[in-house]
Design a protein around this ligand. Structure first.
Ligand code: PDD
Length: 284
């Protein structure tokens, strides 16, 4: 980012990161009363901006908050933060902000906090795959809201790290929900399967894009429940998110997935996904 460019966005202002401050009475700080989005940016363009906006609107509705900015206002603000050169992502956080005092009940009046910053997307060797462990999904029952209350996700991810893995695949009542910070796909008898949307999981933008790419390219895919037993016999397992894209899981709970290497279905989908990104980068 050039020196004359603003660093972060906070409540209508563009200012250096070290000057961006919020009140200790901000309900985001006191209660994690807020939602967020992570939007990848290629060639200066936000990928699937309208889908991210729609999910943001749904998250805000889920916490009974009106959008503090219109879609256009927010897009203009975010676009001013973005530098066209590097792959990056926008982190956007909206909290119920300052309400004068600490009270669990929703305040009649408040000043929402809208914060956004850009960070580089760090590329890594996805083809090497990652190790994952299965953990009990201890989170709350409204996981479709992209809430900033992420302690459950954090503790689960750390438990995975403690066990020498990079990601936790979560299960509720014997069924896969998602991962600590990603959605999950499994290749079952040659068909790509991902759990259906519902309050148990975040409706991932990458997840939807993969289903769309599959459909356009005649790749068999469907939404359906994945039991843990079935997951353990999957030919391939992937975790997907805006920042890490599609990552093959090569080992689950210490046992190889498939032949213990990134599979052919992953290679094909990853290539199609990279094509999609390349076109998006060129504005196509
Ligand atoms: N997380 N599920 C959870 C719990 C997530 O945190 C994420 C992404 C996803 C994938 O959603 P998407 O494809 O829209 O990125 C699913 C972001 C990247 C994060 O918290 O940093």
């Amino acid at each position: 980012m050039a020196n004359d460019m603003p660093d972060v966005y906070l409540n209508g202002r563009f200012l250096p990161l070290d000057q961006a401050q919020v009140s200790v009475l901000d309900r985001g700080f006191l209660f994690a009363d807020g939602v967020y989005e992570v939007i990848p940016v290629y060639g200066g363009r936000m990928l699937r901006w309208s889908e991210h906006w729609r999910r943001l609107e749904a998250s805000l509705a889920g916490i009974r908050m009106a959008p503090p900015l219109s879609m256009d206002e927010l897009e203009n603000a975010l676009q001013r933060l973005i530098d066209g050169e590097h792959d990056q992502y926008v982190y956007l956080q909206i909290t119920r902000g300052y309400a004068g005092k600490r009270d669990h009940a929703l305040p009649a009046q408040y000043q929402p906090t809208v914060f956004a910053m850009c960070s580089p997307i760090v590329s890594f060797d996805r083809a090497a795959g990652i190790k994952a462990v299965v953990l009990d999904d201890i989170r709350w029952k409204l996981c479709h809201i992209k809430s900033i209350a992420l302690l459950g996700n954090i503790l689960l991810r750390q438990e995975a790290v403690d066990q020498g893995a990079a990601e936790a695949i979560l299960a509720r009542d014997g069924l896969v929900t998602e991962a600590a910070a990603a959605n999950v796909f499994a290749l079952l008898d040659g068909v790509l399967v991902t759990p259906p949307k519902g309050p148990e999981l975040l409706p991932g933008i990458t997840r939807d894009l993969i289903l769309e790419i599959a459909q356009e390219n005649g790749i068999a895919a469907r939404e359906g429940d994945i039991s843990l037993d079935v997951l353990r016999s999957a030919e391939e397992i992937w975790v997907t998110s805006s920042t890490r894209e599609i990552v093959p899981v090569i080992e689950l709970d210490g046992k190889p997935v498939g032949n213990g290497q990134a599979g052919a279905a992953w290679r094909r989908m990853d290539a199609l996904y990279q094509d999609f990104k390349a076109k998006a980068r060129r504005g196509q």
